[in-house]
Design a protein around this ligand. Structure first.
Ligand SMILES: [Zn+2]
Length: 667
């Protein structure tokens, strides 16, 4: 694609009765807003196949032709995200069974069994028909498979498939019993047919953490398999058209690093909860984290498949975008690696639960709205950024976010139950780099363990890496030995990939790398406070304090209170050419900011701008290796200024973006 894509979800099938009045007008409005792509067909199954086997493609032909005439490319969807009523009523096996074993009624969306042969047959048939009919259509740009895959199915068909997955993985029940530690509470399995998915009814087998982990891995594989099933006819008929499915950031139910392996391009739906206040700095950091995670899934530019041009109707408070915020959020996605800015939705529907969700075209129906002008402004700005398409993000820092680790921490009974705060903690560490304008990747253990993968980084940060999957500790140790800087925290290296604890002292296989032995961990009540004393300052410590012996590590900071006052709270271990830091307690952003500021300076990792960025101002870079495009963004509700030295002062209005181009410094 020569241009950044700009557009969004479009449901012409909701306007079939008034298409003469709306469709041509939609094309005019789209062009006026600088829109060059629309996503069609996402929930159109009932319009495409009103009766079993009878396809109605006429309306889609017409709209695809209109789009082509208007220079608008189609992100064409397969319709499996929701299905027509005739299918549920004729073939009840397609309906999902919940964790409590209750069977769903027809309704909603994402409500299908992933195993059901009928559902697979029906999706295969309609996807094949779509590919045959539109494979050569000039409007076709990208395939959008289904929509926001999610949930799980516990029906008998899925149980059978789960057992087959386990048999394939473990080979024998003896291996499975050992991996799951089933001697606990008399859980030993003596027959494969006794194994069931974890049930929410009377906590059925939720205490076998290995079972739960394998269920989550199985569910991920179900989506991978279903995606491949859906993609097969598209790949066969249109091998050159990229396929994607839209992800949801850090949605907990699917390991996106695994799912991303089978996508051609990663896309995701971003809905930051902007407030128009100082809180937007944190909101911006969270949005940036999710963009960087999405980019890192495949290590290349992604698509922002959905975002709201204004209010997000499913939020408890559907606040409007303040002036400037829409452009800010759109350019933020591009700054972090998106090659598209797309919305849910282009035209607001008249009925249903999304009729008050933000849209390019409101119920009022014209271009004379504030939101339309905001969207048109984004369109004009994106049209100037052709040079950014396909460019890279030169990250020398990686922060680890790992789904399997998160599942294990969520299951864990101990420490702070239900409050382990893994996601928040990872964002806290990430934010310290984001605020300094340091390009950062967000990666998982599967990438760490890939041979040579860590070679590209100078700094690796893995907060709360409780689970160490095979190969991770070895790769991290090799990374440190050849000169890398590694940062770990409390609650690291407790369990293996089956959630069985390591024996012989935590942090398990990272003990030599970090040079510490973590003997105990203290959980604090909400009002309890300790302190981390470091570098002449005292920082608040709370929630979790790990009691640490420095073995080969040097003690940099100590606890300020309680029976472990004076014992190590921050250490560094010199190993080979590199070093490994251990932060033993949870702190506020004040400590993380100071600590990582020092680390960025001492390791010399690339910053987007060699300037002191005021609080709430950040910078990101995209580069083709010759030219850097530096996006400087002010997330404050007030004006800010950046001192660029010889190049003068860069003034930034509230919620604004400046894009500076410069030749890339050649090393
Ligand atoms: Zn099922």
């Amino acid at each position: 694609m020569p241009h950044l894509l700009h557009g969004g979800d479009y449901n012409p099938d909701q306007w079939l009765k008034s298409k003469e009045a709306t469709w041509k007008e939609d094309m005019r409005l789209a062009r006026l807003a600088g829109i060059n792509t629309l996503s069609v067909g996402i929930f159109a199954w009932a319009a495409l196949e009103p009766e079993e086997g009878r396809y109605e493609f006429g309306w889609l032909d017409e709209i695809m032709d209109l789009m082509a005439e208007n220079g608008i490319s189609a992100v064409l969807a397969t319709p499996s995200g929701a299905r027509p009523g005739w299918m549920s009523h004729r073939y009840p096996e397609v309906l999902r069974v919940n964790g409590d074993r209750s069977k769903n009624r027809h309704g909603g969306r994402h409500n299908h069994c992933l195993t059901s042969p009928v559902y697979r047959e029906k999706t295969l048939a309609i996807n094949t028909a779509l590919a045959e009919r539109y494979g050569k259509h000039p409007a076709l740009g990208v395939w959008h498979l289904s929509n926001e895959y999610g949930g799980e199915c516990h029906c008998d068909l899925c149980q059978e498939r789960f057992r087959a997955f386990l048999q394939d993985k473990y080979g024998s029940l003896d291996e499975l019993n050992e991996a799951w530690w089933t001697a606990f509470w008399a859980k030993t399995y003596s027959d494969w047919s006794h194994i069931e998915s974890p049930s929410t009814h009377w906590r059925g087998e939720q205490d076998i953490h290995g079972l739960h982990l394998d269920w989550m891995r199985f569910t991920t594989e179900q989506f991978v398999d279903f995606y491949l099933h859906e993609a097969a006819p598209l790949k066969a008929i249109t091998p050159d058209v990229p396929c994607t499915t839209n992800l949801m950031g850090t949605y907990p139910g699917i390991d996106y690093f695994r799912l991303a392996q089978v996508l051609d391009v990663v896309s995701w739906d971003s809905y930051p909860q902007w407030s128009g206040t100082e809180r937007d700095v944190r909101t911006g950091a969270e949005a940036a984290f999710h963009h960087d995670l999405t980019r890192s899934l495949k290590g290349k530019p992604f698509m922002l498949m959905e975002s709201s041009p204004s209010a997000t109707n499913w939020r408890p408070v559907a606040k409007l975008h303040r002036p400037g915020v829409h452009l800010l959020q759109s350019l933020q996605a591009v700054a972090h690696g998106s090659d598209t800015v797309q919305y849910f939705q282009f035209r607001k529907g008249r009925g249903g639960s999304e009729k008050f969700h933000g849209a390019v075209v409101d119920h009022e129906g014209t271009e004379n709205t504030r939101v339309f002008r905001d969207v048109a402004e984004v369109g004009a700005r994106l049209a100037e950024l052709d040079a950014v398409v396909g460019t890279d993000t030169p990250a020398e820092v990686a922060v680890v976010f790992d789904w399997h680790n998160r599942w294990a921490l969520d299951d864990m009974k101990g420490m702070l139950q239900q409050k382990t705060g893994y996601h928040r903690t990872v964002v806290d560490h990430y934010k310290a780099f984001w605020e300094q304008g340091v390009p950062t990747d967000v990666i998982d253990s599967s990438l760490i363990a890939e041979p040579g993968y860590l070679d590209r980084y100078k700094v690796l940060v893995a907060p709360m890496l409780h689970m160490l999957r095979p190969g991770v500790a070895e790769a991290v140790d090799a990374f440190v030995r050849r000169g890398g800087t590694f940062v770990a925290s409390y609650a690291t290296g407790y369990v293996d990939e089956n959630d069985r604890t390591f024996l012989g002292g935590f942090p398990g296989p990272l003990r030599d790398t970090l040079g510490v032995w973590c003997e105990e961990i203290d959980a604090l009540y909400e009002d309890d406070r300790n302190a981390l004393e470091w570098d002449g300052r005292s920082y608040e410590a709370f929630d979790l304090c790990e009691l640490v012996h420095a073995e080969t590590a040097e003690v940099l900071g100590t606890y300020g209170a309680d029976f472990y006052a004076g014992s190590p709270a921050l250490t560094v271990n010199a190993r080979g050419e590199g070093q490994a830091y251990f932060i033993a307690t949870r702190t506020g952003e004040d400590f993380l900011d100071d600590f990582y500021r020092g680390l960025v300076a001492s390791t010399g990792v690339e910053r987007a701008l060699a300037a002191d960025l005021p609080a709430g101002v950040t910078a990101q870079v995209r580069t083709d290796g010759q030219t850097d495009h530096v996006f400087v963004q002010n997330l404050n509700p007030t004006a800010a200024a950046v001192d660029l030295g010889a190049e003068g002062i860069l003034e930034l209005a509230p919620f604004s973006t400046a894009i500076l181009d410069r030749p890339r410094p050649q090393v």
